[in-house]
Design a protein around this ligand. Structure first.
Ligand SMILES: NC(=O)c1ccc[n+]([C@@H]2O[C@H](COP(=O)([O-])OP(=O)(O)OC[C@H]3O[C@@H](n4cnc5c(N)ncnc54)[C@H](OP(=O)(O)O)[C@@H]3O)[C@@H](O)[C@H]2O)c1
Length: 366
């Protein structure tokens, strides 16, 4: 049995669900993959807990009673064991933590992240992190950076690695903005109410302005652009923001209080729609011309984007082999369950790529 030590940063919507899925599927991992996955470290922005044999279903009480104030090096002090595979899981939206990844790698951790920031800092940071991972023979997986649990990153990576020329990737990149505009276009409901509902359901980023400003979709486009071999910066993306400058600079609390200021503008856009049209928030990545664009557009109800329901994401990839008919990936593009499952899947992927895993399996089989 291969023992894996998981250190989880972030115990919010995604982090809590991730813990539940790991604990519930523990026997499955042992029986089917010969993996003993243990969450031995847990942290939020203030506190940290380490449990040598891994947390159990009582983790919330234990965290409440036994966690200690978080310091920059908290986990390293408890993770000297070089015999086991150590994986840091980032289920935060923290920029501070993202900038720390190189140090985490230097301490011998592979990383699995739902947080898009490390992949969308400067190209220089992006390249340095990958060189370091290569030097240390460690892994970095981030399927949930785009389309939550949908296999977008892996698909683009596989196409690129196989020498396929990718031309264009279009789609509704944000499950949260998908939910917001699917509902707003069809129902008699105010824009602010739909945004509040999306936040309550855990669909939006912790600060919904990350979604409404277009920044979250822009980050996803940049993750895919870099996966497709382009060297670009965040500033190269053309972004239509849906938030006014005043609301953008307000505190989160003030923003949520004043959100209804946006209602009349969005109602006007809705009133201008024809019978067969709806609003959709689209991301467009033109790989050939190196152009990335994020905008709110009017589309026909009968178009693939126009037919989307709920928080579904929709991606179409045009490439050499998919030039006439695009490769299409569609499905739930946001939500704590699908995102947490995507993190678990990335962990299993890393474990199976390790030489120690093959050795264990050989011992088991023969
Ligand atoms: N929800 C989705 O559908 C979805 C889909 C795809 C990707 N994601 C990504 O998943 C990540 C988490 O989203 P979420 O909805 O779970 O957010 P959330 O509910 O707000 O939880 C964030 C967690 O991160 C902790 N945290 C913040 N800064 C930290 C730091 N420096 N060190 C350790 N912990 C820190 C917070 O602790 P405190 O409580 O102490 O602040 C909280 O526990 C985000 O990057 C998001 O983009 C989410």
């Amino acid at each position: 049995m291969t023992q894996i030590h998981i250190y989880l940063f972030g115990i919010g919507n995604v982090g809590k669900t991730f813990i539940q899925q790991i604990l519930e599927s523990s026997n499955f991992f042992k029986q089917h993959h010969h993996l003993d996955l243990r969450i031995v470290g847990l942290a939020n922005s203030r506190s940290v807990l380490t449990v040598k044999d891994g947390i159990g279903t009582d983790w919330k009480e234990v965290f409440g009673k036994e966690s200690s104030p978080r310091e920059a090096d908290s986990f390293y002090r408890f993770s000297k064991n070089t015999e086991v595979l150590k994986i840091a899981v980032d289920a935060t939206a923290s920029q501070e933590l993202s900038r720390f990844y190189p140090e985490i790698v230097q301490h011998g951790f592979s990383i699995v992240t739902a947080n898009k920031i490390a992949n969308t800092l400067s190209q220089d940071f992006y390249d340095r992190l990958r060189s370091l991972l290569k030097e240390q023979h460690l892994n970095f997986e981030y399927e949930t950076n785009v389309g939550a649990g949908l296999p977008i990153v892996e698909t683009v990576r596989s196409l690129y690695n196989s020498g396929e020329q990718i031309f264009v990737i279009n789609g509704v990149f944000s499950g949260s903005l998908g939910y917001i505009f699917n509902r707003f276009s069809e129902e008699d409901v105010s824009f602010s109410q739909v945004v509040t509902d999306a936040l309550d359901l855990g669909f939006t980023e912790p600060d919904p302005r990350e979604d409404l400003s277009g920044n979250d979709v822009a980050r996803k486009l940049l993750v895919l652009a870099r996966e497709a071999g382009l060297k670009l910066e965040f500033e190269d993306i053309s972004i239509e923001s849906l938030v006014t400058p005043t609301l953008k600079s307000a505190s989160l609390h003030q923003f949520l209080t004043d959100l209804s200021q946006l209602d009349s503008d969005f109602q006007d856009r809705k009133d201008a729609l024809k019978e067969d049209e709806v609003l959709r928030h689209l991301g467009q990545l033109d790989v050939i011309n190196k152009q990335l664009k994020v905008s709110l557009q009017v589309v026909k109800k009968s178009s693939p984007a126009g037919q989307l329901q709920g928080s579904d994401g929709f991606f179409e990839i045009y490439s050499e082999s998919y030039a006439q008919h695009p490769l299409v990936i569609k499905g739930a593009g946001a939500g704590r369950e699908v995102t947490a499952r995507g993190l678990v899947s990335d962990i299993v992927k890393i474990c199976k790529s390790q030489p120690v895993y093959s050795l264990e399996l050989l011992e088991k089989d023969f």
